[in-house]
Design a protein around this ligand. Sequence first.
Ligand SMILES: Nc1ncnc2c1ncn2[C@@H]1O[C@H](COP(=O)(O)OP(=O)(O)OP(=O)(O)O)[C@@H](O)[C@H]1O
Ligand SMILES: [Mg+2]
Length: 414
Amino acid sequence: MYRNSNFAAIDVGSTKVCTLVGELTPAEGMRIVGVGIAPTVGMNKGVVDNIQQATESILSSVEKAERSSGTRIVSARVSISGGHIGSMINRAVVAIPGRTRPIGPEDVARVLEAAAAVSIPSDRQVLHVIPRYFVVDGQEHVSDPVGMYGQRLDVETLIVTGAVSAIQNLTKCVEGAGVQVEELVLSSFASAEAVLEDEEKRQGVVLADVGGGTTDVSVFADGSVLHAAVLQVSGFHLTHDLVAGLRAPFAAVEEAKTLYAHAIPSTVDSEELVEIDTFGSDRRKSVSRRRLAEITQARLEEMLEMVYMDIRRIGFDDTLAAGLVLTGGTANLPGLDTLAEQVLRMPARIGVPHGLSGLSDILANPAYATGVGLLHWVLRDHEPDRRRVREKAPGSAWEWLRTIGRWFKFLLPQ
Ligand SMILES: Nc1ncnc2c1ncn2[C@@H]1O[C@H](COP(=O)(O)OP(=O)(O)OP(=O)(O)O)[C@@H](O)[C@H]1O
Ligand SMILES: [Mg+2]
């Protein structure tokens, strides 16, 4: 039986689908009670390229999570990524009628609706409308205007959009696996929930989730998100470079990469050799581990430069005091944080998902940041439930705002 306090999350990655079942409990908050991981077929660079294969991959992951949790998954939060994702800042303003009453939730809804009514092509759809801050009669950076007096309410929002076709294809695959999509959540927003500290978000930080098909970038400052982008470079490209450099089959190189690659070649013994299967008559040969690291380093430097160019484009290179947090499967590469600090000259660390109980050892790996983050995202949306469970006093209007923010995609003309 699927209970009301159970929530499911499906991270549909380019290399693996990760389905998690979380249970909201009074004592522990969100506790992970089921995990199902299956290799992905039918996805390329973060988007579906074979409906049937992608559906089967999702189904396999969902069935594993159902068996592991002893529940049936009927609906889930689902991650979305791919080169079609775009983001923009949009501001809006509304007048507050009547001087005698304070600003109410309906005024906030109006201003958010105005911000969401941005003109976008008919083949694109709004995925998120995230209020960054409000301005009340010129008073900047108001986090919650409800209850304040003022005649003019401004909001600055980050609007995330995606291609309608990519969204429909992903939805079709998840539904084909027998699961309703409750909400599509941008992968990097989910990962941010699982790996970033509040202080990093306040002081300015860029998150890069370097996966197997994409690198998902998001930038936070003053406690809220101000940019999101998806770069089409990832661990897959790294493996491809090694295939060309070592002249060996993809699977053998992928294994060698995860076992022996390093981001800093000088730390690897120049004499050390590793055995791998290769093309040609020899079939198996010894290759220098230093050489493996040199090829790895070259591609990683290019990836890091791309992340840097993306944040420079929006003018946020020097102002991000907390630097760069790297997550995603490729962040398992030893030395990646050190290389990032050398190349970008900013602090860098590896982000491992945290914050939920019942997290088995296998999930304490950067590759599962998005999946774990999707369950954190559930907590944001279900703050009233959590409050009831924990018998806390009602909080700010923010949780409510996040929820109505999601509705705007339905209000917009397609
Ligand atoms: N120890 C390791 N060293 C180097 N690379 C690794 C290691 N472990 C995993 N990877 C790489 O991580 C990548 C998979 O990462 P991840 O699971 O985050 O991707 P994904 O979520 O399936 O895909 P995406 O998010 O890009 O759509 C693969 O390219 C894999 O080779
Ligand atoms: Mg991923």
